[in-house]
Structure formats: structure tokens, C-alpha cells
Ligand binder design. Structure first.
Ligand SMILES: Cc1cc2nc3c(=O)[nH]c(=O)nc-3n(C[C@H](O)[C@H](O)[C@H](O)COP(=O)(O)OP(=O)(O)OC[C@H]3O[C@@H](n4cnc5c(N)ncnc54)[C@H](O)[C@@H]3O)c2cc1C
Length: 308
């Protein structure tokens, strides 16, 4: 792993650094570039702005690795509140939610996570929108796909996420490419052992392209989540080769990353969905974004230095 990436991920686990960053006033501004804010109102305001710009949205309430039921319950309530607000504000047509099963109790008990995810799916159905289950580290993949299969028995629109750094993913992509199946394809954001994942970036990219073809060849609705300009181009070329019309697949990017490219793709007639995180637990998310791209870290440190 890149040494800077390891350093930042280590900082993410360091309590002192965490407190320093979380309480520095300037953090607010920097965090706001990648995170909508701490409250539901912040999330709704950012969603409205993005929708006005012709984009669609998936909202993630930040909070993961929950190890107590009370915290899992707070997360469920945050989603129920958010879905209510999206419906009330007329935004549910353009905004769905992304849920991490670890935030609703997967580490405590898979059945608890399933029961909590069902409550969120029910609320999404009532609001007139959909849910995508984020994918976390490889030890949770089978459990998450089991929960997905169970949820899809009632709500076939529940979206899956597949990570192309995992050796297993092409098989999963073929299995999940049937009609109506919503699948987000991403490279993968966790530190994984070589026994299960490609270590080499080029291999991860090649795996991405193989999965693009598998998903486009099927009858499902693929959602291509990447900021990588080369892969965005390949997705569009392959979509055309497979006879896919705009609207039968979508591009996805993270809030604050390549915003001009998001608008450009939308102006070309593509569906573009922006992944918008919000909530008080923004620290771990922010550190993962920093670790992915040194330029983001430079931006952060420069902002701290100029205000210091
Ligand atoms: C919508 C969405 C949902 C996601 N959901 C999950 C999930 O459920 N589980 C999971 O494990 N991961 C998820 N991820 C994260 C994903 O797995 C990657 O870690 C992350 O997207 C970085 O990979 P990349 O494909 O963008 O390419 P990278 O390999 O990080 O970058 C490739 C190229 O993209 C361009 N680029 C990247 N970042 C920037 C930037 N800040 N500014 C300008 N250019 C840039 C550069 O040209 C760079 O060389 C999600 C990502 C997105 C976009």
C-alpha cells in the first residue's frame, strides 16, 4: 500500500488526531466539501441543490461498525426521518438512500441488520424511492448478499454493490445481472488481503472492465461508480456497443469529487447520481477520501495552515 495512504489510515485510527481534526473550526469548511453537513436539513438542502442542477442523489447517513443496538436504532431513525423529509419536500423521485448494514447491527447479528434494513425499505417504498446496500470489507460480503437476496423477495429494487478488487466479483456480477437488478460497481475502498483481492491497480481496473461488460450484457440496471476518466469513457463506449440507451444505466460519483464532470455527463443526457454523506460521524469517511488521493490531503492541510 502507498505509504501516504497507510499513514492517513493510521491517523484515522488515532484518537488524538481525530479529536484535533474534529474540533478545528476550519475542519467545518473542508468537511463541507465532501460531506453535506451533520443534520437531515443539511442533507436535504444539498440534495435540492444537486437535483436543481440536473443530478440525482443517493444519501448515506454516516455511522458504521455499530456495536450496540441503541446506536443501530438511532441510525434506523435517522433514515426514517430522512425518507419522510425527502417525500415531504418532493425530492424522493430523484434521491434514494445508501445503507451500510454494519451501521444497523450486522456485527451484532445478521437478523437484526435484516430486520432494520426491512424497516428502511418499507419507509423508502412509502416515500416512493429506493435503497442501495453499500458493500463493506470482504468478511461481510456473503452476509450482505444474503440480506440483499432476502430484501429483494419483497422489494426487488434494492440495490447491491460489487467491488472489482475482489477476485469473486465477476461471478457475482453475472449472478446479479438479471432483469430489474440494480447493481453499483465500484473498485472497493477497504484494505483487503491478497488472498481475496487484486493488489495491483491495473488488475483492479481490468476486473472493472470485465464486470462492466457482464452487467451491460445482462438485463439489470448497472450503476457505474467511479471518478476514473478512463473507466468513465470505457463505460460509455461499452454501453453503446451493448445497445444501451441513456436511462438504462447510470454513472455515480461522490459528493465533492469531480463536480464538473458530474455536470458534463448529466448535460450529455446521462443519469448521474451523486453519493452524498451526512451526519455527525464524518471523520472516518473523510479520512478514507484523503487516503485515496494525496491531492485531497494537500487541500486539507493547506486550509488548516492558512487559517492556523
Ligand atoms: C457513488 C460511489 C459509491 C461507492 N460505494 C462504495 C461501497 O459501497 N463500497 C466500497 O468499498 N467503496 C465504495 N465506493 C468507493 C470506491 O470503491 C473507490 O474507493 C473510490 O470511488 C475511488 O475509486 P475510483 O474508481 O474513483 O478511482 P481511483 O483509482 O481512486 O482514481 C482513478 C482516477 O480518477 C480520478 N480521480 C479520483 N479522485 C479524484 C479527485 N478527487 N479529483 C479529480 N480526479 C479524481 C483521477 O484521474 C484518478 O487517477 C463508492 C464510490 C462511489 C463513487
Amino acid at each position: 500500500m502507498n505509504p501516504l495512504r497507510s499513514l492517513i489510515l493510521a491517523a484515522a485510527r488515532n484518537g488524538t488526531i481525530r479529536r484535533l481534526v474534529a474540533t478545528a473550526p476550519v475542519s467545518r469548511d473542508v468537511v463541507r466539501r465532501f460531506v453535506a453537513g451533520e443534520t437531515t436539513a443539511d442533507a436535504v438542502a444539498v440534495t435540492r441543490r444537486l437535483v436543481q442542477d440536473g443530478l440525482t442523489v443517493t444519501l448515506d447517513y454516516l455511522g458504521e461498525d455499530t456495536t450496540d443496538t441503541a446506536q443501530a436504532e438511532r441510525t434506523v431513525q435517522a433514515y426514517l426521518d430522512l425518507l419522510d423529509r425527502l417525500h415531504a419536500e418532493g425530492l424522493a423521485d430523484h434521491a434514494e438512500v445508501s445503507v451500510k448494514l454494519s451501521a444497523v447491527g450486522q456485527m451484532l447479528d445478521e437478523d437484526l441488520a435484516l430486520a432494520n434494513a426491512k424497516r428502511i425499505c418499507q419507509a423508502a417504498e412509502a416515500a416512493g424511492t429506493t435503497v442501495t446496500l453499500d458493500m463493506e470489507d470482504h468478511t461481510t460480503t456473503d452476509s450482505t448478499l444474503r440480506v440483499l437476496a432476502e430484501l429483494r423477495r419483497t422489494w426487488p429494487w434494492v440495490g447491491a454493490v460489487l467491488q472489482t478488487y475482489l477476485h469473486r466479483t465477476l461471478d457475482d456480477a453475472k449472478r446479479l445481472s438479471a432483469e430489474g437488478s440494480r447493481v453499483r460497481l465500484c473498485k472497493g475502498a477497504y484494505k483487503e488481503p491478497e488472498t481475496v483481492a487484486f493488489a495491483d491497480k491495473t488488475e483492479v481496473d481490468k476486473s472493472y472492465v470485465r464486470c462492466v461488460n457482464a452487467l451491460l450484457a445482462g438485463d439489470g440496471y448497472p450503476m457505474f461508480a467511479t471518478h476514473d476518466p478512463r473507466l468513465v469513457r470505457i463505460v460509455d463506449e461499452r454501453a453503446e456497443a451493448h445497445g444501451r440507451k441513456p436511462g438504462s444505466f447510470e454513472h455515480q460519483m461522490l459528493y465533492g469529487i469531480r463536480p464538473d464532470e458530474q455536470l458534463r455527463l448529466a448535460q450529455q443526457g446521462h443519469t448521474v447520481r451523486v453519493y452524498v454523506p451526512f451526519g455527525e460521524e464524518w471523520y472516518g469517511y473523510l479520512m478514507r477520501r484523503m487516503a485515496e488521493r494525496p491531492a485531497n490531503t494537500t487541500f486539507f492541510l493547506r486550509a488548516l495552515a492558512t487559517r492556523g
